[in-house]
Write a protein that binds this ligand. Structure first.
Ligand code: PLP
Length: 392
């Protein structure tokens, strides 16, 4: 009998993170710091807009580029918040979350055999998305000594004649690092010099803490024709389950995205699209409150983790993750993550699940209640103290 599944499907590897998920599923009373999403519910005005949309008949097919009203709201958002000027009709495609925006943008721009530069450590689906096009992911390092920020001098040696796209993610998942303006300028100069397209994944753009500032890569000189901005409502508005995102950039790159989307999922849900108009055009106060709350929790976690033996925790500038260095415990990432879960009932993600340069770190998401964070710190304290005692 012929194989039932394709080589493509067989080639998709499940991440190491699943090992942790499987252990968590069998346990009780675990402090869940491995989950990567806001703990807030979607703001009430956005939920109301979705209800109104259903009552108003947003139950039919839409354009595969998304409703024009939402593309216009996104164009206004890009002008207001990012200083990016785009034509709503030709330079914005609404997608099923940023995941789909990344998938479709890679499909639209990269040929089999070409190479895509990805951050290491970075969000695990990037590599699989690239592999699904028949292209090769090439990992560029993000180093702790550089504040985990992408550095042009570490990327340049990896460029070959086959390199088509450089993907940049700031603020970063998993490190929370925010790329500085000079670093971004150097990367843009490199992209222009070596004729690369740049995909800028900005899903955490609004979760940035003083004094850090988010700069949209597409606004740097000469980048309008080679930068594609990917974003979504998932993190900013606590809307991970709604599945709305977008890609914005040169009309030539955006044009094939609705065509590709047509054959995958046609378009994102009509009423959810309509609700996102309310999200982008609505009051900013809820977003600001959420960011303030993340900042308090980041400060609490970074301060307390740095007091634990064997743990060094840089204070990240954005997103809702911490990426502490756990080398001082004498364990590798997976061993430590499993030990922490089994002995301390705290779930984390081993850093090497995000790429080889994540070895020696774990990712903790602090978008959890203060009560859980306090419990998590206390439990981590006991586990690391026991390790330190055993090692001395
Ligand atoms: N990009 C990064 C860096 C992420 O961390 C995530 C989700 O965790 C996404 C993209 C996908 O976001 P969405 O929910 O919009 O698909």
């Amino acid at each position: 009998m012929k194989s039932l599944i394709s080589e493509r499907a067989r080639g998709l590897r499940l991440s190491k993170i699943r090992e942790i998920f499987e252990i968590v599923a069998k346990m009780e009373d675990v402090v869940r710091l491995e989950i990567g999403e806001p703990d807030f519910d979607t703001p009430a005005n956005i939920i109301q807009a979705a209800k109104d949309a259903l009552d108003d008949g947003y139950t039919h097919y839409t354009s595969s580029a998304g409703i024009l009203e939402l593309r216009e709201a996104i164009a206004r958002k890009l002008a207001r918040e990012n200083r990016i000027t785009v034509d709503a009709a030709t330079q914005v495609a609404v997608t099923t979350g940023a995941t789909s925006a990344l998938f479709l943008t890679i499909q639209a721009t990269v040929n089999p055999g070409e190479e895509v530069l990805l951050p290491d450590p970075g969000w695990p689906p990037y590599a699989s998305i690239v592999q699904l096009t028949g292209a090769t992911p090439v990992l560029y390092p993000l180093l702790e000594k550089e504040g985990f920020r992408a550095r042009a001098h570490l990327i340049e040696p990896l460029i070959t004649p086959r390199t088509k796209v450089l993907l940049v993610n700031s603020p970063s998942n998993p490190t929370g690092a925010v790329l500085d303006r000079e670093g971004m300028e150097a990367i843009c100069e490199l992209a222009k010099k070596r004729d690369l397209l740049v995909i800028s994944d900005e899903v955490y753009e609004r979760i940035v803490f003083d004094p850090h500032v988010h700069h949209s890569l597409a606004t740097l000189p000469g980048m309008t024709e080679r930068a594609i901005t990917v974003n979504s409502v998932s993190k900013t508005y606590a809307m991970t389950g709604w599945r709305i995102g977008f890609a914005a950039g040169p009309a030539e790159v955006i044009a094939p995205i609705p065509k590709l989307q047509l054959y995958a999922n046609c378009h994102p849900t009509a009423a959810a699209q309509k609700a996102c108009v309310a999200a982008y055009d609505g009051s900013e106060s809820t977003v600001q409150e959420m960011v303030k709350s993340y900042q308090l929790r980041r400060d609490y976690m970074a301060k307390n983790l740095n007091e634990l033996p064997g743990i060094k925790c840089p204070t990240p500038g954005g997103a809702f993750y911490l990426f502490p260095n756990i080398e001082g415990t004498g364990m590798d990432s997976m061993t430590f993550a499993k030990h922490l879960l089994e002995k301390g009932k705290v779930a984390s993600v081993p850093g090497d699940g995000f790429g080889p340069h994540g070895q020696g770190y774990i990712r903790l998401c602090y978008a959890q209640s203060m009560e859980d964070l306090e419990k998590g710190v206390e439990r981590m304290g006991k586990v690391t103290a026991a390790l330190a005692k055993a090692g001395s």
